[in-house]
Design a protein. Structure first.
Length: 337
């Protein structure tokens, strides 16, 4: 008579699937602390309703991810806890800024969840990320509707478009010289606008974090981030000015003075590295891939190089402060000598 195991056999998760749920847990635990703080400090009813939905979703996500870690016997990361958010801190961000903050998190989620979904085979993991994608799309729609209703939505430039269908006839389409000039195409305008808007938001986050960081080293790091983002904005504005294309900026990034920091240094640095760092790489890479003018490629490459260096410095700070958790590693298969 055969003896069957009491526990149903479950195929192990692949390294890619473990990486995705590991990163997702860190991201959700970080967001959860932000949403807790935003819900406590927001005054506007519509904004508070959106935050509540995102807060409940992050709670549900972490519960599901913990179960997945347990079911597949994967070590649960520490991530971020209540210790990383000070419930007694004052209101750092205005309600409009909070709404932009929530929108920014959904933009990151759209990228990370779609990538995770395409990488995974396991049904449980795919189901999790599919539900996350669905919620993110729905909440992003809600955020955009509120931004539009409150006249806070930052629009892309409006330009007159050529109605003729044409094909590229010369290599000069790729260059930008006085004798070989062509206007920006819609893909280039869209990508440069997206990066500019993100840099403007990110710069104000750096400003807020620079005011509330507890150490001189971290304050200096966030100031350096502000300068790098301003450089990116200036570089892209040069192009828009030359092309006579107006780019809107928000005047609703309100930062209030607070006596006590709402967030731990670890949480702020992780957000900068993850949401402002990695996501900027994605946006710039997309822009580089679709930019068909050499002058744009050169400017974007310089901006990207600066961001990469800054992101590396942020990782070193995480390591120096022992804040960077190691993802699960493969068993060492090297033969001992």
């Amino acid at each position: 008579m055969c003896a069957f195991p009491s526990r149903k056999h479950v195929k192990d998760l692949s390294p890619t699937e473990v990486s995705n749920i590991w990163s997702s847990y860190l991201k959700n635990s970080m967001e959860h602390q932000f949403f807790r703080y935003f819900f406590m400090t927001a005054d506007d009813k519509e904004t508070k309703q959106i935050i509540k939905k995102m807060l409940l979703h992050s709670q549900k996500n972490m519960k599901q991810l913990k179960k997945t870690f347990s079911d597949y016997k994967v070590t649960l990361p520490i991530g971020f806890t209540e210790k990383d958010m000070n419930v007694h801190a004052g209101k750092l961000f205005g309600d409009s800024f909070i709404l932009y903050f929530c929108q920014d998190i959904t933009l990151l989620s759209m990228t990370t969840y779609s990538s995770a979904l395409s990488d995974c085979e396991n049904t449980d993991v795919r189901d999790h990320f599919q539900k996350c994608m669905q919620f993110t799309c729905e909440i992003q729609n809600d955020i955009v509707k509120v931004l539009v209703r409150k006249s806070l939505y930052i629009e892309s430039p409006q330009v007159a478009l050529d109605s003729k269908v044409e094909f590229v006839e010369s290599k000069t389409y790729l260059t930008e010289r006085l004798s070989e000039h062509r206007p920006l195409n819609v893909a280039e305008i869209a990508n440069l606008t997206r990066i500019t808007h993100r840099a403007q938001f990110s710069k104000m986050v750096m400003t807020a974090f620079g005011q509330t960081a507890s150490t001189k080293e971290l304050k200096k790091h966030f100031r350096k981030g502000q300068e790098g983002l301003q450089y990116a904005i200036d570089q892209l504005n040069e192009i828009f000015t030359k092309e006579n294309i107006p780019v809107a900026a928000s005047g609703h990034y309100k930062i209030n003075p607070v006596q006590t920091s709402p967030f731990s240094d670890k949480l702020m640095l992780f957000f900068v590295n993850t949401c402002l760092g990695m996501y900027c790489f994605v946006m710039i890479t997309q822009a580089l891939n679709s930019s068909l003018r050499t002058d744009l490629f050169i400017k974007l490459s310089k901006v990207s190089l600066g961001f990469r260096k800054y992101y590396g410095e942020g990782l070193f700070l995480m390591i120096e402060n022992q804040w960077l958790e190691e993802p699960p590693q493969a068993v060492d298969r090297k033969v001992s000598t």
